[in-house]
Design a protein around this ligand. Sequence first.
Ligand code: HEC
Length: 80
Amino acid sequence: MGKALFQGGATPACAICHTLADAGTSGTIGPNLDTMALDMEKVMTAINEGTGVMPSFADSLSEQQRMAIAQYVVWATQQK
Ligand code: HEC
């Protein structure tokens, strides 16, 4: 569920702005997540509050969906 949301389920999709190898995305507006050291707290803060041009997803995604994306991103960045 987190992977599908990352690739296209969220609006705007994380995929258009972020590179993440496991998800097969190559967005360059935001930082390459593969190169970052991320934990649940950092990803949830970014998703909930937004950062820079990244919007908050607090209104567009449920808590469960945000948790699923964050868990997926943390997992995916550890697959190296
Ligand atoms: C419109 C483009 C855009 C979208 C869509 C977007 N991001 Fe971002 N994201 C950014 C930018 C730009 C930054 C860096 C902001 C800064 O630090 O100036 C960022 C930063 C981050 C960070 C790093 C936070 C930190 O602690 O430094 C994470 C994690 C992240 N985004 C995850 C996501 C996830 C997950 C989604 C989808 C739910 C998403 N982003 C959607 C542009 C985007």
